[in-house]
Design a protein around this ligand. Structure first.
Ligand SMILES: *[C@@H]1O[C@H](CO)[C@@H](O)[C@H](O)[C@H]1NC(C)=O
Ligand SMILES: *[C@@H]1O[C@H](CO)[C@@H](O)[C@H](O)[C@H]1NC(C)=O
Ligand SMILES: *[C@@H]1O[C@H](CO)[C@@H](O)[C@H](O)[C@H]1NC(C)=O
Ligand SMILES: *[C@@H]1O[C@H](CO)[C@@H](O)[C@H](O)[C@H]1NC(C)=O
Ligand SMILES: *[C@@H]1O[C@H](CO)[C@@H](O)[C@H](O)[C@H]1NC(C)=O
Ligand SMILES: *[C@@H]1O[C@H](CO)[C@@H](O)[C@H](O)[C@H]1NC(C)=O
Length: 510
């Protein structure tokens, strides 16, 4: 291969990338795959879910109901000329907010009957939460051209794991006792609890031009003794609030997450989940925002991310986290947790995150890297393998023929086996619009990204049994947010997300 200057490479790029674009008649026009393209909808459609270590509920927090909530509100204001002789005060008073979800809906807990038929009031908190999500989604649903959608999803997760309980299966298998050398945080009995969650219901706010928009939020703590009337103190804390930028129309979703000594490992994501079927990390029907499921290699994600605080050295800030599910034989998941495997790929933009994948630590590297040119570079090729493009790779616990050495992903933190590829900023990925070097897009460097997630995810290694046809790489969850991994002191991350969109090539009509 002759030496090419970066400019020559850039000019070549569209050509090279076309190698992966299969249909020759693929149009260059993109359409949004989500219900709220670019976050421009004036109405709120926001769901909230809290998870324990294996994405379940376990036990509800006292007086909190099932940890599924939603804020879905339509804003209706008369157009100026309709308000004859109205002064400003009148205009404000005539704006109406139609709340689709009542506080009593958000308070529903395991065993409670749902106000409308069609939803089962399970006594089991895990099953009730699934049902409650479907119920809330039915209230929030927007029906447009046969592809209804429901809400953005805010996901909050507690990384505590009590090995004395059997709340979580092992690679999907129910076990009578958990035997493992792996270490997990847990302060004692009850460490896998659900959070206190409070809701500021959306209400109209007005800018200087007296234009109305909605604003609201969810906040709370995993520390059940937190008392917000006395301030947050040293307790864990999360907060997600939304308001509009009326200049460009986008929601500004402001997020904050703090760990505490009892809850040193927390996650908070904004998720675009599938509007039906299993979302990434679930084994049950969910609801969301993706009206059409993106498939590698042809889709993109857009977002503006402004990070104000990073969350400390162990914070894995995901510019993008994508989740899908397929079996090791390449077939799509069907809810059988023993053979389903959740597949994740995450771009970590915290510049303090180091590469565990190294020439002297191949166990943390995927067996091979696929170059932009489509060349397979084995991880033992220390001259050409881009180790620093990877934070780590871990393989599914139920993979029978994984190439050794292999690190198995945590068998407990998902309802089924999982496979994870964590990437770091690198020129290898920058060709798809991702950050080129560590520090890009970090604190003080707010950016609007257009990520060719489809092209990148098509180049990643994912395990499959030998001789099986390659899986369709379909992604049912596209997320942005933070995982503050076990920290020995209180850490805080703070950021805003706007302009989020998922784009698919427009299908040519026959
Ligand atoms: C689990 O059980 C062991 C042995 O009884 C005990 O020492 C430990 O504190 C328990 N852990 C938790 C989180 O309750
Ligand atoms: C909720 O409302 C209170 C009182 O207005 C405000 O101080 C707080 O910042 C809000 N929090 C969220 C997450 O919306
Ligand atoms: C937070 O914890 C530290 C160390 O345990 C303690 O010194 C401090 O007083 C605590 N602050 C509050 C507000 O509780
Ligand atoms: C709203 O968007 C405009 C245009 O993109 C931008 O200039 C402005 O700073 C934004 N306002 C806020 C409050 O972020
Ligand atoms: C729109 O407004 C958001 C929030 O103020 C801002 O972060 C973003 O950069 C703006 N987007 C564009 C495309 O100007
Ligand atoms: C590298 O690994 C491949 C695949 O396992 C193997 O065929 C090759 O011999 C190895 N090369 C070296 C130098 O170890």
């Amino acid at each position: 291969m002759p030496f090419l200057s970066p400019l020559q490479l850039l000019l070549l790029l569209p050509l090279l990338l076309n190698l992966w674009e299969i249909p020759t008649n693929a149009s260059k026009n993109y359409i949004s795959a989500i219900g709220d393209p670019g976050m421009k909808n004036p109405n709120t459609r926001i769901g909230f879910e809290a998870w324990n270590f294996c994405n379940e509920v376990g036990f509800e927090a006292p007086h909190m109901g099932s940890p599924r909530l939603a804020d879905c509100a339509d804003l209706q204001c008369p157009i100026i000329h309709e308000v004859v002789n109205a002064d400003i005060v009148n205009k404000e008073s005539v704006c109406k907010v139609h709340h689709k979800v009542k506080p009593s809906d958000n308070r529903l807990g395991a065993g409670d009957n749902f106000p409308i038929p069609g939803f089962q009031p399970y006594a089991d908190p895990d099953r009730y939460a699934v049902e409650k999500e479907l119920y809330l989604a039915s209230l929030c649903e927007v029906s447009e051209s046969g592809d209804p959608w429901q809400f953005w999803m805010i996901m909050l997760k507690n990384g505590n794991f009590d090995k004395n309980t059997t709340l979580c299966p092992e690679n999907g298998k129910k076990v009578a006792k958990i035997v493992t050398d792996r270490k997990f945080p847990c302060f004692g009995k009850g460490c896998m609890n659900q959070p206190l969650v409070y809701h500021n219901q959306s209400k109209p706010v007005f800018n200087e031009q007296q234009e109305a928009s909605l604003s609201g939020g969810f906040y709370g703590s995993y520390d059940l003794d937190a008392d917000f009337s006395k301030g947050v103190g040293n307790k864990s804390f999360f907060s997600v609030s939304w308001k509009k930028n009326l200049t460009n129309g986008s929601w500004i979703i402001s997020n904050k997450l703090s760990t505490s000594s009892k809850y040193p490992w927390l996650m908070l994501y904004l998720r675009a989940d599938s509007t039906r079927g299993f979302n990434g990390g679930y084994h049950y029907e969910g609801r969301g925002m993706l009206r059409k499921l993106p498939e590698s290699p042809n889709f993109k994600t857009k977002l503006t991310l402004d990070i104000k605080q990073g969350g400390g050295p162990n914070s894995q800030f995901y510019l993008s986290d994508i989740g899908g599910c397929w079996k090791n034989n390449g077939l799509p998941c069907d809810g059988d947790v023993l053979t389903d495997v959740t597949r994740y790929s995450e771009m970590i933009i915290n510049p303090e995150t180091t590469s565990w994948c190294r020439a002297d630590n191949l166990v943390s590297c995927p067996p091979y890297h696929l170059s932009v040119m489509g060349e397979v570079i084995h991880r033992n090729d220390s001259f050409r393998y881009p180790y620093s493009a990877y934070h780590l790779y871990c393989g599914p616990g139920n993979a029978e023929f994984a190439e050794k050495p292999v690190d198995i992903c945590d068998p407990y933190s998902n309802p089924q086996s999982q496979e994870i590829l964590q990437l770091l900023p690198h020129p290898e990925w920058a060709v798809h619009g991702y950050p080129e070097k560590q520090g890009d897009g970090w604190i003080g460097d707010s950016r609007s990204w257009e990520l060719d997630v489809g092209a990148l995810s098509n180049r990643l290694y994912f395990y499959q049994d030998p001789g099986t046809a390659p899986a369709k790489r379909i992604w049912s969850s596209i997320n942005v947010g933070v995982e503050i991994y076990v920290s020995n002191k209180r850490e805080t991350a703070e950021w805003t997300v706007s302009d989020f969109d998922v784009l698919l090539p427009e299908e040519k009509q026959q």
